[in-house]
Ligand binder design. Structure first.
Ligand code: GCU
Length: 339
């Protein structure tokens, strides 16, 4: 038997390794190119109702179009805090993001409507308004020029103040530094309450409270547990100043690239996302309250009227400055009367 010489063996190795490299590279490309990756960003943890809704979105789309689309969800602000994520959707770097209307306000001021404090008399009215297409259609498409639109709303409960010291009346807010979303209307609201607004991203709030940079913040109860703010702020006051939804926004070029059938599937998935998110909302809020109490958070029930009276003049002021809001405000009043 002839044993090949050293050079021949080297050549053989080279050929084999080149061959395997080509195979594996082409294999990778094939896998990467065979499906379109659809990236979705949000700022919550993997147990939050928004995430559960998005998992249902993923499951639905992939059950129908799994050979073509790979839905990838990025939680916990991994791809960037809310405003950054909106910009990524705007440029098409990612396809979808969940964003609070507070943060959408600077992309189109029609979203200011939700930041008006004490806009909805109760949760029933808020939900009814959000399901009213006459109300939502204009809002959803308002950011077309900015390159994205809203495809679904998600419940984000009622926002209340929480702080390192108890807030029982609006006077307790005087001189306090309270974190708000990056929204000019929220800054206005805080100054009407006599407090100093500290706009910052959601992910920065824990450390800011812990280090005494701010005295508190305002949000729904899940912020206490999912985001652990209850570890550093022990007083949560039910003053109910806002019901501010989260919006699932999508890049327009991505939506336009879909066939009519595909678009229908993605839209149905968005509706399923809302349904699943809302089914989980109330259950999780109850669980969050129980968990926050165990963390030592005191829940304060208070008379909301003094809070409301303090800022009610903002309704006329904000609507006077932004005529787009007038028909929306009227529609809310109409729905309220129909109830
Ligand atoms: C809520 C809301 C988020 C938002 C956050 C905030 O948690 O669901 O979308 O980013 O409030 O206050 O920034």
């Amino acid at each position: 038997m002839t044993i090949p010489n050293k050079n021949k063996i080297k050549k053989l190795f080279l050929i084999i390794s080149l061959f395997t490299t080509v195979i594996s590279l082409s294999g990778c490309n094939f896998l990467a190119n065979s499906k379109t990756i659809v990236r979705i960003s949000h700022s919550q943890s993997e147990t939050h109702p928004d995430h559960l809704g998005l998992l249902a979105f993923e499951e639905y789309v992939e059950s129908k179009l799994g050979d073509k689309y790979d839905i990838q969800i990025f939680p916990n602000e991994i791809l960037g805090a809310s405003v950054k994520a909106i910009e990524l959707v705007q440029t098409g770097a990612i396809d979808y993001a969940v964003a609070s209307t507070g943060n959408l306000e600077t992309f189109d001021n029609i979203y200011q409507i939700f930041s008006i404090p004490y806009l909805f008399k109760n949760v029933e009215l808020y939900h009814k308004v959000m399901e009213d297409k006459n109300f939502t259609d204009n809002i959803y498409t308002s950011t077309e020029e900015a390159g994205f639109e809203t495809v679904a709303w998600l419940d984000a409960g009622t926002r209340n103040f929480y702080a390192t010291t108890p807030i029982k009346t609006p006077d307790d807010l005087k001189g306090k530094k309270i974190r708000v979303q990056q929204s000019p209307t929220n800054v206005k609201m805080m100054s009407a309450f006599g407090a100093a607004a500290a706009p910052m991203s959601f992910g920065e709030v824990y450390t800011a409270i812990q280090q005494g940079v701010i005295d508190g913040a305002e949000n729904n109860e899940l912020a206490l547990t999912n985001n652990k703010h209850g570890e550093v702020a022990k007083y949560y006051t039910y003053n109910h100043h806002q019901m501010v939804p989260d919006m699932l926004i999508a890049n327009l070029r991505f939506l336009d690239s879909l066939t009519d059938e595909e678009r229908q599937i993605f839209d149905d998935a968005a509706a399923i996302c809302t349904k699943v998110e809302r089914e989980n909302w109330d259950v999780q809020i109850e669980a969050a309250k129980a968990q926050a109490k165990k963390m030592g958070v005191e829940f304060i029930e208070t008379d909301i009227e003094p809070f409301r009276n303090k800022i009610i003049h903002l309704h006329n002021e904000i609507i006077g400055e932004n005529p787009k809001l007038e028909p929306l405000y009227e529609r809310i009043n109409e729905i309220e009367k129909e109830m």
